[in-house]
Ligand binder design. Structure first.
Ligand code: F6P
Length: 550
């Protein structure tokens, strides 16, 4: 037993039982599983809100699911979930509640952090955001020279960028098409340069999104944006008020930067950066889609929150997806997980999930401070279909690695698609279905031979199949459906962290690089001596300076 009274994961009988079960399954093939069990596709399909989820193309049997369910019970997933919803400080290394679920709870909900109901504050910020969004959308909010705002530039990084940027792309069809929205994150000046070079400062609004308001990339870009604005307007600091708003937990730093606290939209330390786009961090999205649509999105999140808390194992989508990931990562040696959306609008979805999953579960020390003896979070990757099919799907189909994948698609194209383009949608979706089929069932040597193939080419043209996928289908990519999808993945990540017994809500692994960059920067700029710099980095610094003529 460890300090929390929980045995180490790899010593649990439920873990050992899964290992044995994996051995017994041996070289099981999905073809065989489907042949043996005609009811499989129907049984391994579930519905959550508007999401239809088919997990039948997984290398599992009823027994696998039973054993995975037992593992979830033995590792206290439900208990940790309930503790999270109760506002307990389950982010143990930072001693914080983890309450992103409160951001989308109804106004009548009572959810406490440190004994205080957080719902009224959440609702009050949402109302303030709604009023602001309406004013910008209607043109009532004017810039310093009296012009209406035409372009909103969100400056933030990590969770303060990826969420709103992803959701803006996802919900393009619902956005105010007469306005432009841009997202700047990289400290590479090129990012801001390209974002503003064709803009009129008089018509531009900057939203500075930073939970801490100390993140070097964001503060550097925000400072440069302020310089660009003031010099473009030939104005003094008084112009900032009409062109800069802040989204942050840190009122002091926001004021120090020169933004009026009235123009700050607050959130709280119990909202993790990568779980924050349904907080004030979503302001740019709200301006883009309007507050009613934003609320629809929140309702979608909430629907899945409730489902996660109440559905039994076989119907609990986040629980199942989390456990399936554990099955492959811990018992099939899968190292990565592909997320393949068949929607151009989800072009930033996987990048968003990379932070959600990899910053949450990329840990190798458990909640008690012991090094883990088991694999934790996978490498998450992927791009929209069908582009990936002409790039890396070769490896998915015939490579030596097992890469479980999620295939996401929508029955309807977006409502405002040009009518002439609508027929392409069936072709897009046919590709999704075909890929799931090919990955699962492949093509046997006999099937290749039956096509009259020369014998020496048969091995090359054979598809082994047995590549597991989950297919997630919805009627359309609406704000609510987007909320449902994100909550599904948030809770999946939660389940995995709970089983692995890691703190999914801190991110200490990003700190060292930040400190070292600060230490090295003066060496690049002024040639300052950096004590203790290793020979390789010192050589690179010297080369850089020489190339810059310094
Ligand atoms: O990458 C580390 C991190 O702290 C993320 O967790 C966070 O989303 C990002 O930096 C940005 O932080 P902030 O919103 O405080 O600027």
């Amino acid at each position: 037993m460890n300090a929390e009274g929980r045995s180490r994961l790899d010593q649990l009988p439920e873990w050992t039982a899964l290992g044995k079960h994996r051995e017994q399954l041996g070289k099981v093939h999905l073809r065989e599983l489907f042949e043996r069990d005609p009811g499989r596709a129907e049984r391994y399909t579930l519905r959550v809100g508007d999401l239809h989820l088919d997990y039948s193309k997984h290398l599992v049997t009823d027994e696998t699911l039973r054993l995975l369910g037992e593992l979830a019970s033995a590792t206290g997933v439900a208990e940790l979930r309930d503790a999270m919803f109760r506002g307990e400080k389950i982010n143990i290394t930072e001693q914080r509640s983890v309450l992103h679920i409160a951001l989308r709870a109804p106004g009548s909900a009572v959810i406490k952090s440190d004994g205080e109901n957080v719902t009224p504050a959440v609702q009050s910020v949402l109302t303030k955001m709604g009023t602001f969004a309406d004013r910008v959308r209607s043109g009532d909010w004017k810039g310093h020279t009296g012009k209406r705002i035409k372009t909103v530039v969100n400056i933030g990084i990590g969770g303060s960028d990826l969420g709103p940027a992803m959701a803006y792309e996802a919900l393009r069809a619902y956005t105010h098409r007469d306005m432009q929205f841009r997202f700047v994150s990289n400290v590479d000046g090129a990012d801001l340069h390209e974002a503003v070079r064709d803009l009129d400062p008089a018509e531009t609004l900057f939203i500075i999104a930073s939970k801490t308001f100390t993140t070097i990339e964001t503060i550097t870009n925000a400072t440069s944006a302020r310089d660009w604005l003031l010099s473009g307007l030939r104005a003094g600091g008084e112009a900032v008020a009409q062109h800069f708003v802040a989204l942050s937990t840190n009122a002091e730093k926001v004021t120090e930067f020169g933004i009026n606290p009235d123009n700050m939209f607050e959130f709280w330390d119990w909202v993790g950066g990568r779980y924050s786009f349904d907080s004030a961090i979503g302001l740019s999205l709200m301006v883009a889609i309007g507050h009613e649509r934003f609320r629809e999105m929140l309702a979608g999140f909430h629907l899945v929150d409730e489902h996660f808390c109440s559905a039994p194992l076989h119907e609990n989508a986040p629980l199942l997806l989390g456990l399936l990931g554990i099955w492959y990562g811990n018992f099939w040696d899968a190292q990565s997980h592909a997320v393949l959306p068949y929607s151009h609008y989800l072009s930033k979805f996987t990048a968003y999930l990379q932070q959600l999953d990899m910053e949450s579960n990329g840990k190798s020390v458990d909640r008690d401070g012991h090094r883990v003896n088991w694999q934790t979070g996978p490498v998450v990757w992927g791009t929209p279909g069908t582009n990936g099919q002409h790039a890396y799907y070769q490896l998915l189909h015939q490579g030596t690695k097992l890469i479980p994948a999620d295939l996401l698609g929508f029955a309807e194209p977006v409502a405002d698609l040009q009518p002439g383009l609508v027929p392409q949608h069936d072709l897009l979706m046919a590709n999704l279905f075909a890929q799931g089929q090919a990955l699962a069932f492949g093509k046997t040597p006999d099937e290749v031979r039956a096509e009259g193939m020369a014998e020496e080419l048969v091995p090359h043209k054979t598809f082994p199949g047995n590549r597991p996928t989950t297919t997630i289908l919805a009627k359309e990519l609406s704000p609510s459906v987007l909320g449902q999808l994100i909550a599904l993945y948030e809770h999946k990540v939660f389940v995995q962290g709970a089983v692995w017994n890691i703190d999914s809500f801190d991110q200490w692994g990003v700190e060292l690089g930040k400190v070292l960059a600060k230490r090295v920067e003066p060496a690049l700029t002024d040639g300052a001596e950096v004590p203790g710099l290793d020979a390789s980095t010192a050589g690179l610094v010297a080369k850089y300076r020489a190339l810059r003529g310094r």
